[in-house]
Design a protein around this ligand. Structure first.
Ligand code: PLP
Length: 409
Protein backbone atom coordinates (compact mmCIF):
# COMPACT_ATOMS: atom_id res chain seq x y z
CA UNK A 1 0.00 0.00 0.00
CA UNK A 2 1.40 3.38 -0.94
CA UNK A 3 2.06 6.11 1.59
CA UNK A 4 -0.78 8.20 0.13
CA UNK A 5 -3.26 5.34 0.48
CA UNK A 6 -2.24 4.88 4.11
CA UNK A 7 -2.65 8.60 4.77
CA UNK A 8 -6.07 8.57 3.07
CA UNK A 9 -7.15 5.84 5.47
CA UNK A 10 -5.97 7.80 8.49
CA UNK A 11 -7.66 11.00 7.28
CA UNK A 12 -10.94 9.13 6.71
CA UNK A 13 -10.72 7.57 10.17
CA UNK A 14 -10.31 11.03 11.75
CA UNK A 15 -13.04 12.70 9.65
CA UNK A 16 -15.89 14.03 11.81
CA UNK A 17 -18.17 14.14 8.74
CA UNK A 18 -17.45 10.60 7.58
CA UNK A 19 -20.74 9.33 8.99
CA UNK A 20 -22.83 11.69 6.84
CA UNK A 21 -22.05 9.73 3.68
CA UNK A 22 -24.41 6.92 4.58
CA UNK A 23 -27.31 9.38 4.35
CA UNK A 24 -26.73 9.47 0.57
CA UNK A 25 -27.44 6.99 -2.21
CA UNK A 26 -23.98 6.23 -3.60
CA UNK A 27 -22.13 3.29 -5.08
CA UNK A 28 -18.55 2.38 -5.98
CA UNK A 29 -18.18 5.36 -8.30
CA UNK A 30 -16.00 8.23 -7.07
CA UNK A 31 -18.47 11.05 -7.52
CA UNK A 32 -16.69 14.38 -7.94
CA UNK A 33 -19.49 16.20 -9.75
CA UNK A 34 -21.52 17.40 -6.79
CA UNK A 35 -20.74 20.95 -7.90
CA UNK A 36 -22.98 20.25 -10.89
CA UNK A 37 -25.59 17.88 -9.45
CA UNK A 38 -25.40 16.85 -5.81
CA UNK A 39 -26.01 13.17 -4.98
CA UNK A 40 -29.40 11.91 -3.81
CA UNK A 41 -30.03 11.96 -0.04
CA UNK A 42 -31.54 8.62 0.91
CA UNK A 43 -34.61 10.09 2.63
CA UNK A 44 -35.80 11.97 -0.44
CA UNK A 45 -37.55 9.20 -2.43
CA UNK A 46 -39.79 8.21 0.49
CA UNK A 47 -40.63 11.82 1.21
CA UNK A 48 -41.47 12.59 -2.40
CA UNK A 49 -43.67 9.50 -2.51
CA UNK A 50 -45.59 10.82 0.50
CA UNK A 51 -45.93 14.24 -1.10
CA UNK A 52 -47.30 12.72 -4.29
CA UNK A 53 -49.47 9.90 -2.94
CA UNK A 54 -50.82 11.33 0.28
CA UNK A 55 -50.47 15.12 0.13
CA UNK A 56 -51.49 15.42 -3.50
CA UNK A 57 -53.32 12.12 -4.04
CA UNK A 58 -55.44 12.12 -0.89
CA UNK A 59 -55.50 15.60 0.59
CA UNK A 60 -55.49 17.31 -2.80
CA UNK A 61 -56.29 21.06 -2.50
CA UNK A 62 -56.24 20.86 1.31
CA UNK A 63 -52.47 20.41 1.18
CA UNK A 64 -51.86 24.04 0.31
CA UNK A 65 -52.81 24.65 3.89
CA UNK A 66 -52.59 21.40 5.82
CA UNK A 67 -49.31 20.18 4.28
CA UNK A 68 -47.72 23.62 4.38
CA UNK A 69 -47.39 23.97 0.64
CA UNK A 70 -48.27 27.65 0.53
CA UNK A 71 -45.58 28.72 2.97
CA UNK A 72 -42.89 26.35 1.66
CA UNK A 73 -40.84 29.05 -0.14
CA UNK A 74 -40.14 31.03 3.03
CA UNK A 75 -40.00 27.98 5.32
CA UNK A 76 -37.33 26.32 3.18
CA UNK A 77 -35.60 29.67 2.79
CA UNK A 78 -35.25 29.76 6.57
CA UNK A 79 -33.76 26.28 6.44
CA UNK A 80 -31.09 27.42 3.97
CA UNK A 81 -30.45 30.65 5.88
CA UNK A 82 -28.05 29.31 8.54
CA UNK A 83 -25.93 27.68 5.84
CA UNK A 84 -25.27 31.08 4.25
CA UNK A 85 -25.10 33.10 7.44
CA UNK A 86 -28.53 34.72 7.25
CA UNK A 87 -31.04 35.28 10.04
CA UNK A 88 -34.57 34.03 9.30
CA UNK A 89 -37.01 35.99 7.16
CA UNK A 90 -34.65 37.05 4.39
CA UNK A 91 -34.65 34.15 1.93
CA UNK A 92 -37.37 32.78 -0.32
CA UNK A 93 -37.00 29.67 -2.46
CA UNK A 94 -38.42 29.46 -5.96
CA UNK A 95 -37.75 29.81 -9.68
CA UNK A 96 -34.35 29.19 -11.23
CA UNK A 97 -31.10 30.97 -10.45
CA UNK A 98 -31.34 32.68 -13.82
CA UNK A 99 -34.76 34.14 -12.95
CA UNK A 100 -33.56 35.21 -9.51
CA UNK A 101 -30.54 36.96 -11.03
CA UNK A 102 -33.01 38.94 -13.09
CA UNK A 103 -35.20 39.85 -10.12
CA UNK A 104 -32.18 40.81 -8.01
CA UNK A 105 -30.48 42.92 -10.65
CA UNK A 106 -33.49 44.94 -11.71
CA UNK A 107 -34.59 45.41 -8.10
CA UNK A 108 -31.03 46.47 -7.23
CA UNK A 109 -30.99 49.12 -9.96
CA UNK A 110 -34.33 50.41 -8.66
CA UNK A 111 -32.84 50.57 -5.14
CA UNK A 112 -29.78 52.40 -6.37
CA UNK A 113 -32.10 54.91 -8.00
CA UNK A 114 -34.30 55.42 -4.98
CA UNK A 115 -31.45 56.10 -2.54
CA UNK A 116 -27.86 55.21 -1.77
CA UNK A 117 -27.37 51.62 -0.85
CA UNK A 118 -26.33 50.23 2.48
CA UNK A 119 -26.64 53.39 4.48
CA UNK A 120 -24.23 55.32 2.29
CA UNK A 121 -24.60 59.03 1.73
CA UNK A 122 -27.86 58.70 -0.18
CA UNK A 123 -27.13 59.38 -3.79
CA UNK A 124 -30.71 60.04 -4.76
CA UNK A 125 -32.18 60.32 -8.19
CA UNK A 126 -32.81 58.32 -11.32
CA UNK A 127 -30.53 57.03 -14.02
CA UNK A 128 -30.25 60.72 -14.85
CA UNK A 129 -28.55 61.20 -11.50
CA UNK A 130 -25.54 59.39 -12.83
CA UNK A 131 -25.69 55.81 -11.57
CA UNK A 132 -25.76 54.52 -15.09
CA UNK A 133 -23.50 51.47 -14.90
CA UNK A 134 -23.88 47.84 -13.87
CA UNK A 135 -20.63 46.00 -13.26
CA UNK A 136 -20.65 42.27 -13.90
CA UNK A 137 -18.04 39.58 -13.39
CA UNK A 138 -16.54 39.14 -16.87
CA UNK A 139 -15.65 35.52 -16.07
CA UNK A 140 -19.15 34.67 -14.90
CA UNK A 141 -21.20 31.59 -15.64
CA UNK A 142 -22.84 32.64 -18.91
CA UNK A 143 -26.44 32.84 -17.76
CA UNK A 144 -25.60 35.59 -15.24
CA UNK A 145 -23.95 37.60 -17.99
CA UNK A 146 -26.82 37.17 -20.44
CA UNK A 147 -29.38 38.20 -17.85
CA UNK A 148 -27.26 41.14 -16.71
CA UNK A 149 -27.06 42.34 -20.30
CA UNK A 150 -30.83 42.21 -20.65
CA UNK A 151 -31.40 43.83 -17.23
CA UNK A 152 -29.03 46.63 -18.21
CA UNK A 153 -30.86 47.16 -21.49
CA UNK A 154 -34.25 47.21 -19.77
CA UNK A 155 -33.16 49.67 -17.10
CA UNK A 156 -31.23 51.92 -19.47
CA UNK A 157 -27.85 51.14 -17.89
CA UNK A 158 -24.50 50.29 -19.44
CA UNK A 159 -23.12 46.87 -18.62
CA UNK A 160 -19.40 46.84 -17.84
CA UNK A 161 -17.82 43.38 -17.65
CA UNK A 162 -14.78 43.43 -15.35
CA UNK A 163 -12.88 40.74 -13.51
CA UNK A 164 -13.56 40.67 -9.77
CA UNK A 165 -9.99 41.88 -9.16
CA UNK A 166 -10.74 44.95 -11.29
CA UNK A 167 -13.93 45.82 -9.43
CA UNK A 168 -12.40 48.17 -6.81
CA UNK A 169 -10.77 50.22 -9.56
CA UNK A 170 -13.90 50.26 -11.71
CA UNK A 171 -16.27 51.47 -8.99
CA UNK A 172 -17.35 55.10 -9.08
CA UNK A 173 -20.35 57.30 -8.46
CA UNK A 174 -21.64 56.01 -11.77
CA UNK A 175 -21.96 52.46 -10.42
CA UNK A 176 -25.51 51.40 -9.63
CA UNK A 177 -25.06 47.68 -9.05
CA UNK A 178 -22.31 45.05 -9.01
CA UNK A 179 -23.04 41.38 -9.73
CA UNK A 180 -20.33 38.96 -8.60
CA UNK A 181 -19.83 35.23 -8.12
CA UNK A 182 -18.58 34.06 -4.76
CA UNK A 183 -16.73 31.14 -6.38
CA UNK A 184 -15.82 30.99 -10.07
CA UNK A 185 -17.54 27.99 -11.68
CA UNK A 186 -14.61 27.21 -13.96
CA UNK A 187 -11.46 27.77 -11.93
CA UNK A 188 -12.87 27.29 -8.44
CA UNK A 189 -11.43 30.64 -7.37
CA UNK A 190 -13.04 32.06 -4.21
CA UNK A 191 -13.53 35.80 -4.37
CA UNK A 192 -13.23 38.06 -1.32
CA UNK A 193 -16.87 38.70 -0.52
CA UNK A 194 -16.32 40.82 2.61
CA UNK A 195 -13.87 43.27 1.06
CA UNK A 196 -15.58 43.49 -2.34
CA UNK A 197 -18.94 44.10 -0.67
CA UNK A 198 -17.38 46.83 1.46
CA UNK A 199 -15.85 48.45 -1.63
CA UNK A 200 -19.20 48.37 -3.46
CA UNK A 201 -20.88 50.01 -0.47
CA UNK A 202 -18.16 52.64 -0.15
CA UNK A 203 -18.99 53.63 -3.73
CA UNK A 204 -22.68 53.88 -2.81
CA UNK A 205 -23.70 50.95 -5.00
CA UNK A 206 -25.68 47.76 -4.40
CA UNK A 207 -23.89 44.40 -4.11
CA UNK A 208 -25.51 41.29 -5.61
CA UNK A 209 -23.77 37.95 -5.05
CA UNK A 210 -24.27 34.64 -6.81
CA UNK A 211 -23.61 31.81 -4.34
CA UNK A 212 -24.14 28.82 -6.67
CA UNK A 213 -20.66 27.42 -6.04
CA UNK A 214 -20.21 28.42 -2.41
CA UNK A 215 -23.46 27.74 -0.55
CA UNK A 216 -23.14 24.39 1.19
CA UNK A 217 -19.39 24.27 0.62
CA UNK A 218 -18.11 27.10 2.80
CA UNK A 219 -19.32 29.80 5.19
CA UNK A 220 -20.77 32.80 3.33
CA UNK A 221 -21.72 35.24 6.09
CA UNK A 222 -24.39 37.20 4.21
CA UNK A 223 -25.63 39.14 7.25
CA UNK A 224 -22.19 39.61 8.78
CA UNK A 225 -20.75 41.13 5.63
CA UNK A 226 -23.75 43.29 4.79
CA UNK A 227 -24.52 41.72 1.42
CA UNK A 228 -27.54 43.44 -0.13
CA UNK A 229 -28.98 40.77 -2.39
CA UNK A 230 -27.89 37.22 -3.17
CA UNK A 231 -29.05 34.31 -5.28
CA UNK A 232 -28.02 30.69 -5.53
CA UNK A 233 -29.06 27.30 -6.76
CA UNK A 234 -29.88 24.30 -4.58
CA UNK A 235 -28.93 21.36 -6.80
CA UNK A 236 -25.14 21.64 -6.40
CA UNK A 237 -23.73 21.49 -2.85
CA UNK A 238 -27.25 21.57 -1.35
CA UNK A 239 -28.23 18.31 -3.11
CA UNK A 240 -31.81 19.41 -3.89
CA UNK A 241 -32.13 17.38 -7.09
CA UNK A 242 -32.11 18.18 -10.80
CA UNK A 243 -33.61 21.60 -11.43
CA UNK A 244 -34.55 22.10 -7.78
CA UNK A 245 -35.66 25.69 -7.09
CA UNK A 246 -33.17 28.45 -6.43
CA UNK A 247 -33.29 31.08 -3.69
CA UNK A 248 -33.19 34.83 -3.30
CA UNK A 249 -31.83 36.69 -0.26
CA UNK A 250 -32.94 40.25 0.41
CA UNK A 251 -31.25 41.87 3.40
CA UNK A 252 -33.84 42.84 5.97
CA UNK A 253 -33.16 46.60 5.90
CA UNK A 254 -33.68 46.63 2.13
CA UNK A 255 -36.88 44.62 1.97
CA UNK A 256 -39.20 47.64 1.98
CA UNK A 257 -37.31 48.96 -1.04
CA UNK A 258 -37.26 45.67 -2.93
CA UNK A 259 -39.36 46.51 -5.99
CA UNK A 260 -39.58 43.26 -7.95
CA UNK A 261 -39.63 43.35 -11.74
CA UNK A 262 -41.77 40.19 -11.53
CA UNK A 263 -44.58 41.07 -9.10
CA UNK A 264 -46.88 38.07 -9.12
CA UNK A 265 -49.89 37.19 -7.06
CA UNK A 266 -47.66 35.20 -4.68
CA UNK A 267 -45.78 38.37 -3.76
CA UNK A 268 -48.97 40.35 -3.17
CA UNK A 269 -49.78 41.53 0.35
CA UNK A 270 -53.13 39.78 0.05
CA UNK A 271 -52.83 37.03 -2.57
CA UNK A 272 -56.37 35.79 -2.19
CA UNK A 273 -57.81 39.30 -2.25
CA UNK A 274 -57.59 39.06 -6.05
CA UNK A 275 -57.10 42.79 -6.30
CA UNK A 276 -56.53 44.47 -9.64
CA UNK A 277 -53.73 46.64 -8.21
CA UNK A 278 -50.45 45.21 -6.98
CA UNK A 279 -49.47 45.85 -3.41
CA UNK A 280 -46.28 44.09 -2.29
CA UNK A 281 -46.19 41.76 0.69
CA UNK A 282 -43.91 42.65 3.57
CA UNK A 283 -40.48 41.08 3.84
CA UNK A 284 -38.67 38.54 1.73
CA UNK A 285 -42.02 37.29 0.38
CA UNK A 286 -41.67 40.03 -2.20
CA UNK A 287 -39.23 37.79 -3.98
CA UNK A 288 -41.94 35.25 -4.75
CA UNK A 289 -43.68 35.32 -8.12
CA UNK A 290 -46.25 32.64 -8.96
CA UNK A 291 -47.37 29.24 -7.69
CA UNK A 292 -44.36 27.41 -6.29
CA UNK A 293 -43.02 24.22 -7.83
CA UNK A 294 -44.13 22.05 -4.91
CA UNK A 295 -42.75 18.64 -5.94
CA UNK A 296 -39.20 19.95 -6.47
CA UNK A 297 -39.44 22.24 -3.52
CA UNK A 298 -40.45 19.54 -1.07
CA UNK A 299 -37.79 17.20 -2.43
CA UNK A 300 -35.33 19.96 -1.59
CA UNK A 301 -36.78 20.36 1.87
CA UNK A 302 -36.21 16.67 2.59
CA UNK A 303 -32.70 16.86 1.09
CA UNK A 304 -31.79 19.66 3.51
CA UNK A 305 -32.27 17.29 6.46
CA UNK A 306 -28.75 15.93 5.88
CA UNK A 307 -27.52 19.24 7.30
CA UNK A 308 -28.97 18.58 10.73
CA UNK A 309 -26.08 18.69 13.17
CA UNK A 310 -23.53 19.59 10.48
CA UNK A 311 -21.40 22.69 11.05
CA UNK A 312 -20.53 24.61 7.88
CA UNK A 313 -17.10 25.37 9.41
CA UNK A 314 -16.43 21.62 9.59
CA UNK A 315 -17.52 21.31 5.96
CA UNK A 316 -15.09 24.05 4.97
CA UNK A 317 -12.19 22.51 6.88
CA UNK A 318 -12.79 19.14 5.24
CA UNK A 319 -13.24 20.71 1.81
CA UNK A 320 -9.83 22.37 2.04
CA UNK A 321 -8.23 19.17 3.29
CA UNK A 322 -9.80 17.24 0.40
CA UNK A 323 -8.64 19.67 -2.27
CA UNK A 324 -5.14 19.91 -0.71
CA UNK A 325 -4.89 16.12 -0.67
CA UNK A 326 -6.15 15.86 -4.25
CA UNK A 327 -3.50 18.32 -5.47
CA UNK A 328 -0.85 16.34 -3.60
CA UNK A 329 -2.03 13.01 -5.06
CA UNK A 330 -2.20 14.49 -8.57
CA UNK A 331 1.40 15.67 -8.21
CA UNK A 332 2.39 12.16 -7.13
CA UNK A 333 0.43 10.09 -9.66
CA UNK A 334 0.12 12.20 -12.82
CA UNK A 335 3.09 12.37 -15.19
CA UNK A 336 4.91 15.71 -15.01
CA UNK A 337 3.51 18.43 -17.27
CA UNK A 338 0.28 16.64 -18.29
CA UNK A 339 -2.02 18.81 -16.17
CA UNK A 340 -1.82 22.26 -14.68
CA UNK A 341 -4.08 23.41 -11.85
CA UNK A 342 -5.94 26.65 -12.50
CA UNK A 343 -7.35 26.60 -8.97
CA UNK A 344 -5.57 28.91 -6.53
CA UNK A 345 -3.20 27.32 -4.04
CA UNK A 346 -4.06 29.77 -1.25
CA UNK A 347 -6.91 28.54 0.94
CA UNK A 348 -8.36 32.03 1.10
CA UNK A 349 -8.84 31.92 -2.68
CA UNK A 350 -10.11 28.39 -3.12
CA UNK A 351 -13.67 27.07 -3.29
CA UNK A 352 -14.49 23.37 -3.12
CA UNK A 353 -13.31 22.25 -6.53
CA UNK A 354 -10.08 21.71 -8.40
CA UNK A 355 -9.85 22.57 -12.08
CA UNK A 356 -7.01 21.06 -14.08
CA UNK A 357 -6.08 22.31 -17.51
CA UNK A 358 -5.29 19.33 -19.70
CA UNK A 359 -4.87 18.59 -23.41
CA UNK A 360 -7.82 16.62 -24.82
CA UNK A 361 -9.72 17.26 -21.59
CA UNK A 362 -13.04 16.15 -23.08
CA UNK A 363 -11.64 12.78 -24.07
CA UNK A 364 -9.74 12.37 -20.81
CA UNK A 365 -12.91 12.95 -18.80
CA UNK A 366 -14.77 10.32 -20.86
CA UNK A 367 -12.08 7.79 -20.00
CA UNK A 368 -12.15 8.75 -16.32
CA UNK A 369 -15.90 8.23 -16.22
CA UNK A 370 -15.51 4.79 -17.87
CA UNK A 371 -13.15 3.93 -15.01
CA UNK A 372 -15.57 5.04 -12.31
CA UNK A 373 -14.31 8.55 -11.57
CA UNK A 374 -16.92 11.17 -12.38
CA UNK A 375 -15.96 14.81 -12.73
CA UNK A 376 -16.83 17.03 -15.64
CA UNK A 377 -15.35 18.81 -18.62
CA UNK A 378 -15.61 22.53 -19.17
CA UNK A 379 -14.85 23.95 -22.55
CA UNK A 380 -12.22 24.22 -23.91
CA UNK A 381 -9.60 22.39 -21.82
CA UNK A 382 -10.62 22.06 -18.18
CA UNK A 383 -11.15 18.92 -16.09
CA UNK A 384 -13.32 19.93 -13.18
CA UNK A 385 -13.47 17.96 -9.91
CA UNK A 386 -15.94 19.01 -7.23
CA UNK A 387 -15.48 17.87 -3.63
CA UNK A 388 -18.65 17.62 -1.59
CA UNK A 389 -17.44 17.14 1.99
CA UNK A 390 -20.70 15.50 3.09
CA UNK A 391 -20.03 12.39 1.01
CA UNK A 392 -16.55 12.47 -0.56
CA UNK A 393 -13.76 10.84 1.44
CA UNK A 394 -9.97 10.90 1.27
CA UNK A 395 -9.73 7.37 -0.17
CA UNK A 396 -11.99 8.57 -3.02
CA UNK A 397 -9.60 11.44 -3.61
CA UNK A 398 -6.53 9.18 -3.79
CA UNK A 399 -8.32 6.80 -6.13
CA UNK A 400 -9.44 9.61 -8.46
CA UNK A 401 -5.88 10.94 -8.76
CA UNK A 402 -4.48 7.45 -9.29
CA UNK A 403 -6.97 6.72 -12.09
CA UNK A 404 -6.23 10.12 -13.65
CA UNK A 405 -2.55 9.19 -13.62
CA UNK A 406 -3.32 5.84 -15.33
CA UNK A 407 -5.42 7.53 -18.00
CA UNK A 408 -2.72 10.10 -18.73
CA UNK A 409 0.16 7.64 -18.80
C1 PLP B 1 -25.08 26.62 -11.74
C2 PLP B 1 -25.11 28.10 -11.95
C3 PLP B 1 -26.24 28.74 -12.48
C4 PLP B 1 -27.41 27.93 -12.90
O1 PLP B 1 -28.50 28.70 -13.29
P1 PLP B 1 -29.88 27.99 -13.57
O2 PLP B 1 -30.82 29.08 -13.80
O3 PLP B 1 -30.19 27.11 -12.40
O4 PLP B 1 -29.69 27.12 -14.78
C5 PLP B 1 -26.21 30.12 -12.60
N1 PLP B 1 -25.12 30.84 -12.23
C6 PLP B 1 -24.03 30.25 -11.73
C7 PLP B 1 -22.86 31.08 -11.32
C8 PLP B 1 -23.97 28.87 -11.59
O5 PLP B 1 -22.87 28.28 -11.12
Amino acid sequence: MSELTTRAGALDAADELAGVRKQFVLDEVVYLDGNSLGALPANVPGHVEDVVRRQWGELRIRSWDESGWWTAPERIGDRIAPLVGAAPGQIVVGDSTSVNVFKALVAAVRMADSAGAAGSAGVAGSAGSGRDEILVDATTFPTDGYIAESAARMTGRTLRPVTPAEVPGALSDRTAVVLLNHVDYRTGRLHDLPSLTAAVHAAGAVAVWDLCHSAGALPVGLDEHGVDLAVGCTYKYLNGGPGSPAYLYVRRELQDRFDSPLPGWNSHAEPFGMRPAFEPAAGALRGRVGTPDILSMLALEAALEVWDGVRIEAVRAKSLALTDFFLECVAAYVPEGRVESVTPVAHSERGSQVALRCDDAGDVMKRLIERGVVGDFRHPDVLRFGFTPLYVGFADVARAARVLGEVLR
